[in-house]
Design a protein around this ligand. Structure first.
Ligand code: NAI
Length: 333
């Protein structure tokens, strides 16, 4: 039976990488019934809403979604489409595997850690206002419920995947109340996982350690803002935004999407790297228990990246998005 999946190509390079990714995903042999929906600028341009209600209804129904990037205008009235989707559907856990890829030249070779980012609260709660004409205030919300469930998610992920270390990343030296609560919750959850090493690291030190010695880490769990920033740092360690996948999850729903944005500087040129979306699709196939297809996709991707002949410009090659996808499909056979 075909898997029903909500498909959101998104803005900018989103439609280009989605078209390429769909061909690769379908070449794995797994049958899909895609429910394709527009959001963001693409939807506005067609006279629709920025974020139609249909998106929420569809994801609740199909339970699984694959999404490209969506632009959020900076400093204007719109609330971020991405944050709204994650919050409305309570997709509280953002999973970002950071793993070195063959053929992608970086400063490190054996990077393999996972960032687990809390997705629904923290400084991205969207509670902001002007106090006076010249003073703005933004509230950081940390709850016991939110912190406990993300810590539980991180430890469960470590346990299932045989990862020996969980690090809680924080700034409780300054934000003693909010990040202090986050740490107390992580410590309480940790008691249920005595077999896993647990430590705590201040976020600025963590940024430095990630750049100097990334091989030391296993699972890193943290609030929204720190996770957003350190995920991009992690992406930089393994070859950039074009190769870094992500998933937004709760116990029932799963939305898979690359870390990167709409790349307005290269949108429409046919240069975008679809790797991050394809790796997100591999995570989706694993979630759907299509493990053989996920392995096939990863093999094709890694062979193409490893050979280096048909890679996109961000990785030092000359291939177009389409040529790259063709090479992946050929390498999957
Ligand atoms: P960006 O990720 O779009 O671009 C940063 C740099 O990385 C650019 O030079 C771009 O060309 C390059 N890049 C990104 N993805 C690439 C790919 N697949 N292949 C080759 N090069 C790639 O970040 P930026 O410019 O900060 O954001 C642009 C827009 O995207 C903003 O409106 C932002 O709100 C939105 N955004 C959306 C996200 C999402 O939908 N999940 C995540 C991050 C940003």
């Amino acid at each position: 039976m075909a898997h029903r999946v909500t498909l959101i190509p998104g803005d900018g390079i989103g439609p280009e990488i989605t078209d390429a990714a769909l061909r690769v995903i379908e070449a794995t042999g797994v049958a899909f019934e895609w429910r394709r929906l527009d959001v963001g600028e693409v939807s506005l341009a067609k006279g629709g809403e920025l974020l139609p209600q249909e998106v929420f209804d569809s994801i609740r129904e199909t339970k699984v979604a694959l999404k490209g990037p969506v632009a959020t205008p900076v400093g204007k009235g719109h609330r971020s489409v991405n944050v709204t989707i994650r919050k409305t559907l309570d997709l509280y856990a953002c999973l970002r595997p950071i793993k070195s890829l063959p053929g992608v030249k970086t400063r490190f070779e054996n990077v393999n850690f996972v960032i687990v980012r809390e997705n629904t609260e923290g400084l991205y709660s969207g509670i902001e206002h002007m106090v006076t004409d010249t003073v703005a205030e933004s509230l950081k919300i940390i709850t016991e419920k939110g912190s406990t469930r993300i810590a539980r998610f991180a430890f469960e992920y470590a346990k299932k995947n045989g990862i020996k270390r969980v690090t809680a990343v924080h700034k409780a030296n300054i934000m003693k109340v909010s990040d202090g609560l986050f740490l107390r919750c992580a410590q309480a959850v940790r008691a249920d996982y005595p077999e896993i090493d647990y430590d705590e690291m201040i976020v600025d030190n963590c940024a430095m350690q990630l750049v100097r010695w990334p091989e030391q880490f296993g699972v890193l769990v943290m609030n929204n803002l720190y996770g957003d920033i350190l995920s991009d740092l992690g992406a930089g360690l393994i070859g950039g935004l074009g190769v870094s996948p992500g998933a937004n999850l709760n116990a029932e729903l799963a939305l898979f999407e690359p870390i990167h944005g709409t790349a307005p500087d290269i949108a429409g040129k046919g240069w975008a790297n679809p790797t991050a979306l394809l790796m997100s699709a591999a995570l989706m196939l694993e979630h759907l228990d299509e493990r053989a297809a996920a392995a096939k996709l990863r093999r094709g991707l890694e062979a193409t990246l490893g050979a280096g002949e048909h890679v996109t410009r961000d990785l030092g090659g000359k291939a177009s998005t389409t040529e790259f996808a063709d090479a992946v499909i050929a390498a999957m056979r």
